[in-house]
Design a protein around this ligand. Structure first.
Ligand code: SF4
Length: 337
């Protein structure tokens, strides 16, 4: 059996905006590759501004979108080739999503506990009502809730934090190996954010669950992640160990992002999310570096030549400043050391 839990190999996703033939081609995800070891649970963050491609990537891993090219495999099986009902059910059991807005995840007219019992029944994990209740109780306990607190309640009778915890509990009922959490704290009060992200750390430690954390909130990402990928207009521009990337960023975009990150205050609460400029189609369609217009270190080559990802100082970085060609040019400049 493959030691890799998840392998994403050269994945590209192209959307056609305004029609397949006359519209604009938008490369929402550009040649992204990474893998997750099955024996080393971790919290891997994909961070970037709106339109960076992180949610599209998450949707492809969940099988909700097909890659235009490249391959996503889970335990050695190509996710796009999963067609048989049993295989699909098994995949959905092991790879569970947690969505952004818990108030949209649950129907306001349906009692919250019915979702939990339904999940326990859907995957043939329990037959009797008593067995289902046991599974539901266990899952709720792992997120710090009890069945009494949610039983018979409608979504509006729970706080945002309680509802998001219930949504995590629902995902945990199937005992997944991988949670894909897309902006799971952005709709939760700032004071409750840390309790939800701490929950992910606990799940990793106690239940060996790997969490793919999709966010634009670098403060929470730094607090819980083992590795981080910084995305910009479909590209992973920097990827590696969280301390390496956050404490000594190499890519000019990561450096600028980090300047906008609020610092955690001593009480453990967090200030506003970082605000970044809106998506520009021009950046998506640029042949060279997508950060060219905004980069303080931009060079002539950056305008038309796409940089390659290179390995520098313990992380991958996609920038001409770190390419071999640039180093050679620098070495030959008169007066350079
Ligand atoms: Fe800046 Fe050029 Fe690096 Fe892009 S490739 S981040 S424009 S220096």
């Amino acid at each position: 059996m493959s030691r890799k839990l998840l392998e994403v190999k050269s994945v590209v996703k192209i959307f056609h905006i305004g029609g397949r033939f006359l519209g604009t081609k938008l490369k929402a995800v550009n040649n992204v590759s990474f893998d997750i070891d099955s024996e080393k649970p971790e919290i891997l963050t994909f961070a970037g501004e709106t339109g960076s491609g992180k949610t599209t990537l998450a949707r492809m891993i969940l099988g909700l979108e097909q890659p235009t090219s490249g391959e996503i495999t889970y335990k050695g099986k190509n996710v796009s080739h999963i067609q048989k009902r049993e295989e699909l059910l098994e995949y959905m059991k092991e790879v569970q999503p947690i969505f952004q807005n818990p108030f949209e995840t649950f129907n306001p007219l349906r009692k919250v506990d019915s979702y939990l019992f339904e999940t326990a029944g859907n995957y043939n994990l329990a037959k009797t009502k008593g067995e289902k209740a046991k599974l539901v109780e266990e899952a709720l306990k792992s997120v710090g809730l009890t069945l009494n607190e949610v039983q018979g309640r409608y979504p509006n009778e729970l706080s945002g934090g309680q509802l998001q915890r219930t949504s995590v509990a629902r995902a945990l009922i199937t005992r997944p190996s991988l949670l894909i959490a897309d902006e799971p704290v952005s709709m939760v009060d700032a004071s409750l954010r840390m309790s939800i992200v701490n929950l992910f750390s606990d799940l990793k430690e106690e239940y060996n669950v790997t969490v793919l954390y999709i966010t634009h909130d670098l403060a929470t990402a730094y607090y819980i992640s083992d590795r981080i990928a910084i995305m910009l207009r479909g590209d992973v521009v920097e990827f590696g160990n969280i301390d390496k990337v956050m404490l000594s960023p190499l890519h000019p975009y990561t450096q600028i992002l980090l300047k906008s990150v609020p610092q955690p205050d001593p009480e453990g609460t967090w200030k506003e999310d970082i605000k970044l400029s809106s998506l520009e189609v021009k950046e998506f369609s640029r042949l060279g570096c997508k950060f060219y217009e905004r980069c303080p270190s931009a060079m002539k080559i950056c305008e038309e030549v796409e940089p390659l990802s290179v390995f520098r100082d313990g992380r991958e970085v996609k920038c001409h400043l770190y390419s071999e060609e640039f180093k050679k040019e620098e070495e030959t400049l008169p007066g350079s050391f």
